[in-house]
Design a protein around this ligand. Sequence first.
Ligand code: ADP
Ligand code: GLC
Length: 467
Amino acid sequence: MVASEATPFAKTGGLADVLGALPAALQERGERVAVVIPAYRENRYPQPTREAYRDLFIPIGTGYRVDILETTDHDVTYYFVRCPALYDRDGIYGAAGIDFPDNHLRFAVLSLAALGVARHLFPADLLHLHDWQAALAPVYLREYFRGDPTFRRVKSLLTIHNLGYQGIFGPKVASELGLDPRWITPEQPGFPGDVNFLKAGIAWSDAISTVSKGYAREIQTPEYGFGLDRFLRKHGPIMGIVNGVDYTQWSPEHDPHIARNYSATDLSGKRACKRAILAEYGLPHDNLDRPLAAIVSRFASQKGFDILADAAPRLLQEDLDLVVLGSGDPVYEKMFHALARAYPDQVGVQVGYDDPLSHRIEAGGDIFLMPSQYEPCGLNQIYSLKYGTVPVVRATGGLDDTIDKDTGFKFRDYSGDALLESVRLALKAFQNKEQWARRMKRCMEKDFSWNASAGEYVELYRRLAPG
Ligand code: ADP
Ligand code: GLC
């Protein structure tokens, strides 16, 4: 597998969670999996690493020499591409909200280094590539290594975790990346002459998947296709395999980050968690019967904060508190800070990235809000189920697939009104304590462990690379 992030080493969002858990689930089913990611400055290495290969030459741009580090986590081999000129800096994709100007090189080098790993260290029969950062691998595989016996039978699968990020760069980068521009700009109105990593990956891979069945359907429509719907229909079928979650990390029974552990059979600890998170956010915590809504999210337009902003003044007339953790687009950081200032006793906001706090919020909340404009899969709503924190979600992509009326509340229209109506239904349901407790238990009993989805991936791998 090739990707730009993986827990526990480097993470900005759900992609890392997938790369931290799916490989281990595959290993348990008897597959042999290795993962290749960059060696960023901020990588955390809980286990020692060793240098597995030195001075691999990558013949693009001005030419790079990279080293490959290696470690093992849950029986999975993780390889890290060490190239200080490209990765030893603050930030994974950029700094202060601005993408690094050489991201095309940074991630093209990742793909070529991964092919180097497959040749020298981990002979593979399948390359499973995740998102645009890994999407040039199949192009290089076919165009650079066409006659190479190592790669003759190697197949490639591209998984799209988010079509909103395609890796689009001006036409000039083609020669820097060693690409013939004609290879990477198959006809598609709207993208004249650009180098589009994801689109190239879609065209060159042997198969394409995405992270829920709903999103697989949606991205083939103009509304959700980000300009690639027609192209995707042409290069389909697009398989939808829903993400699982790692319950060793996300479960209130043994989560080390939360105030008190609890379970579906004994919910008492959840009240302690609620009191603790309200106190941590400096909100009144004497009345635990008042519902607490929660948000943990990247701050991006995808996540539906425009309609939340629209609904907020009416929402906060309700008997309800709100705690928020997130970071990203400064527009939304400002929006949430303004809400906290306007409703100091009701709204608490933390801007930043804080994994233990995200666990404490999941445990302390009554309701989890995800009004996403689009959501390929979404993991936080699935974590929320396990913590008995009832999701209120927009019915799109993976949110629609993973939440039903027995567990959460869904609305369809992308509007503040629809969101508000859905939250009001949740608040009404919250008033009936017994019924709410039964709903929480139904949520907590849902099983989205990786096992089933890993099985679907294995089937797909076998179809592609039967050997
Ligand atoms: P996306 O990948 O689009 O961001 P997901 O719901 O799939 O959405 O995954 C988000 C992951 O990132 C979850 O594990 C969530 O807890 C984590 N996360 C997002 N923002 C933060 C934050 N500010 N602090 C800690 N964890 C965060
Ligand atoms: C993306 C999507 C999110 C998905 C995650 C992991 O970041 O936005 O919906 O859960 O990838 O697949």
